[in-house]
Ligand binder design. Structure first.
Ligand code: FAD
Length: 417
């Protein structure tokens, strides 16, 4: 009874002070979490009052005194637009924040894409108390796309940003310490490893999982950015399915572009390949398959000058091409444009410390996520130039956490559980 009254009071108080969506259907606990995030996104990444509330076992039966104390604390917190955090908590947070400037952990995860989040879930559930540094793109590459249809577990099409939000919530629920910051420097030559961040914090870690991903290279013309996710894509495996019976174009001349063009023939009625030279860089076997394919037409010596389309609803209707030798313009009607001019792995931080291939991808021991430095693991697109999918990145993140756990156990670095 006390609990019901308590929940009702909190709900009334919260809905008065903060805007919730009209169709909100979560529990009180979720509502508090959501409102905390709404109020201050930064708070969710700290071991703050938000986490105290979130993980303070709202789902367990409370005694009358506990309910009353929590209610008073919550009143303090939610009664003003600028939360008044109880003094004891403020004090704890100050101590914590001082500690944050120099923290030690068993597992430090760099990156918050599917690889980093999966690694965090496994490491946290192995009681390794991981810290995850999210970087400038919390949620990673999937946050810049719209429809996702190939991540298992969802019969209906889901949105990339929503999927990553779910992963983040799961990561926090299992107890990962999330930090909104960017790693600027790593020293892998000392043990424990040292990691410095943009906000001036230093972390010492017995093991590190690198999940900094990769960035698709884009043409960098405004119309491409405008239609990205609405007809312009960087991934045929991800989005080809949406172009059944339609006309598409692929930009590029290397293996990836040729493979993407061939893959797209499974769906599209016609596939153009636009290449800025008069010869492809792709392997000869692939070139032969491309040139022999009845659905594919290569347009040589052209660069995409502009992506053409509508705004209501937003969709692509064609491209304007510019001849690289004569400058002549030409328009081609199509429904989708796939930019396949390469990827850049985010590995500059690790230069001269970790082994990389000539394109900058981290090299791992086959079948593992082990880099050349014991205790440093790499997962996801940062070490995978072949598959580059959310599910493969997530799988590799899981492997990295298991590899880290074994490493810590082997060298007796895991704290007593
Ligand atoms: C437009 C687009 C659409 C896609 N659609 C699909 C799809 O439908 N299905 C699918 O399976 N895949 C899709 N992909 C591919 C998929 O998004 C990637 O394979 C996947 O996100 C890779 O995950 P990751 O964790 O390795 O890295 P990423 O998702 O790239 O995440 C890297 C993370 O590292 C962080 N980071 C980088 N540098 C630092 C630093 N110095 N300090 C701290 N953090 C750092 C970033 O902030 C980011 O959070 C798509 C990709 C793109 C670009």
């Amino acid at each position: 009874m006390v609990r019901i009254l308590y929940n009702l009071l909190i709900a009334a108080l919260l809905s008065k002070s903060y805007a919730l969506p009209e169709n909100y259907q979560g529990t009180t606990k979720e509502m508090i979490s959501n409102l905390c995030i709404q109020k201050d996104p930064e708070m969710r990444s700290q071991d703050s009052y938000y986490n105290l509330i979130k993980y303070n076992k709202f789902d367990q039966p409370l005694t009358w005194e506990q309910s009353f104390t929590k209610f008073i604390k919550s009143c303090f917190y939610f009664s003003k637009a600028n939360a008044i955090v109880p003094k004891t908590i403020q004090k704890n947070n100050k101590i914590k924040s001082k500690m944050d400037h120099n923290q030690k952990t068993q597992v430090l995860i760099i990156g918050s894409g599917p690889a980093g989040y999966s690694a965090a879930i496994y490491a946290a559930r192995a009681n390794l108390k991981p810290i995850l540094i999210s970087g400038h793109e919390p949620g990673g590459q999937l946050t810049i796309t719209t429809d996702v249809e190939n991540y298992p577990g969802f019969a209906n099409t889901i949105q990339g940003p929503w999927l990553m939000e779910q992963m983040r919530a799961q990561v926090e629920k299992v107890g990962t310490q999330m930090v909104t910051d960017q790693v600027t420097q790593v020293n892998l030559k000392q043990s424990p490893f040292e990691v410095k961040t943009e906000k001036g914090h230093t972390y010492h870690a017995d093991s590190i999982i690198i999940a900094t991903g990769a960035q698709a290279k884009w043409l960098n013309i405004p119309s491409e950015t405008h239609f990205r996710g609405y007809g312009v894509s960087g991934c045929a495996t991800c989005d080809g399915f949406f172009y059944k019976g339609k006309v598409v174009g692929v930009v590029g001349g290397g293996n990836t572009a040729v493979e993407e063009a061939l893959f797209l023939t499974n769906f599209a009625s016609k596939v153009y390949l636009f290449h800025r030279r008069d010869q492809l860089r792709a392997e000869k076997m692939l070139q032969k398959r491309l040139l022999d394919h009845p659905k594919i037409e290569v347009i040589w010596d052209v660069a995409v000058d502009e992506v053409l389309g509508n705004d209501n609803p937003k969709d692509v209707t064609g491209v304007r091409l510019k001849h690289t030798k004569t400058g002549a313009l030409q328009e081609i009607k199509l429904h989708g444009l796939f930019v396949a001019i390469g990827h850049s792995p985010t590995t500059a931080l690790f230069k001269n410390q970790l082994n990389m291939d000539d394109e900058g991808y981290l090299i791992v021991k086959p079948g593992t996520t082990d880099t050349n430095i014991p205790g440093v693991f790499a997962a996801g697109d940062v070490a995978d130039k072949v598959y580059r999918q959310a599910i493969t990145a997530a799988g590799l993140g899981c492997i990295a956490a298991l590899d880290a756990e074994r490493f810590l156990a082997k060298f007796n670095l895991a704290e007593k559980r």
